[in-house]
Write a protein that binds this ligand. Sequence first.
Ligand code: FAD
Length: 442
Amino acid sequence: MTLNSSFDIIILGAGISGMSAAMHCIKQGKRPLLIEATANFGGRARSFEDRVSGDIIDNGQHVMMGCYASFFELIEEIGMMHKIQKQKYLTIPFHFTNGEKDLLIAKGFANIHGPIGMALGMLRLKFLNIRDKRSMLLFALRLKLGICKPGSMTAKEFLLSEEQSDRLIDLIWTPVILATMNGNPEEVSAKIFVTVLRLAFFGSGDASSLYIPQCGLSELFEPFESWMNEHGGKMLRSIGVQSIDIENNQVIGVTLQDGRRVESSNVVSAIPPHALQKIIPNALHQHSYFSMLEQIRYSPIVSLYLWFDTSFPEIDLSAVMNAKTQWIFKKSTTMKSAKSLLALTISAGDDMVGYSTEEIANLCANEVRQCFPEMQDAQLIHWKVIKEKSATVLIDPDTEIQRPNPKSPVDGLIIAGDWTNTGLPATLEGAALSGKIAASLI
Ligand SMILES: Cc1cc2nc3c(=O)[nH]c(=O)nc-3n(C[C@H](O)[C@H](O)[C@H](O)COP(=O)(O)OP(=O)(O)OC[C@H]3O[C@@H](n4cnc5c(N)ncnc54)[C@H](O)[C@@H]3O)c2cc1C
């Protein structure tokens, strides 16, 4: 059976890239049909109810930065910017497991922020010595002047070539790389790392400020479906696409999992590489454009939610140093017996994936106690550990070269998603930008 389609374009996947593609198609006066395999929006950025506490938690804490222009375009359009709390300047408290602490405030004189604020913020850090500060500032200057040549190096090779000490790499650059690229410095592409530093950390205005959602991620995207309907688009949920149909190298539509067909000469795939690989015709698997799909490696993120019987100090977040835990975010809880709820993040957590969820919870709860004297005797009353084994693609130098451009060799088939060739890491912003680019090519 063929569904009667009066739509100009079919978009597969209602993650950020699919929603962004649909929104930009609508803005260009086109009518998209967005097809999503699950019942939800947001893809890898979603939330659910924790049954024990009744709290809404995300599948992993998501943080945005001031430079997320394409992502914020989407959130602004659906009227949800008020649900995202913005830092005025990048402000990061650092906590060490020996109880020491420090604070980065990327703020200059007379409210100057941007690169000067960042440089001054770094100069004020107590845990760096004068030599480290000097080589970090020289590096920042070389980045700003565009002298650095990352080539096809890994981030670690590049940092060493820029005379960054092991201490600087461990204490500053590794946390930045883990948080923005979900990979280790020894693995990730230096080219993308340099882009992150230029756009975000040493970008202008509030580019480096952190933006943190104040509601569950699913609530953040909730108005999207009605926005689509009001603007002439439509969404099919809870039904996956089984195949992308192609005739004479021209896309002709898609077949749904229940056998129904939807015709269109324009299809945007906004689904992850492994999902795309399953729904393209076998003949295309050998094509150089698509053959990279099976070579892609993924990197895990382990996220924890810890409910304690003790109040957490009055800070929104903390970067945890010399520990398995990388970030702690303070959340609110409705659980009566709990005085605090913390969301913890471990990016590129390959070595943690093999541990049991209980072991991870206990290990990280201990790190919280070590970092914060106020939490020394805190009892863990409930925990939830989420292992996203394929959280993002791992963008190493080889993958960076192979990331596909949006225009596929099949006429009418455009490829989007955080993993495609956006020049950005696999993030919410990369996903939103890829959707925007896809829409511009139809
Ligand atoms: C735990 C975790 C923490 C993260 N933290 C951050 C962060 O702090 N900041 C940040 O910027 N990024 C973060 N990310 C990355 C961010 O979530 C992703 O980059 C982004 O959500 C990817 O969006 P996407 O649209 O490209 O893909 P997806 O979100 O994967 O969307 C693809 C959609 O396609 C659907 N689909 C798949 N197959 C089919 C099919 N055959 N038919 C129809 N639909 C299909 C899926 O159900 C899904 O909804 C994090 C990711 C994880 C997992």
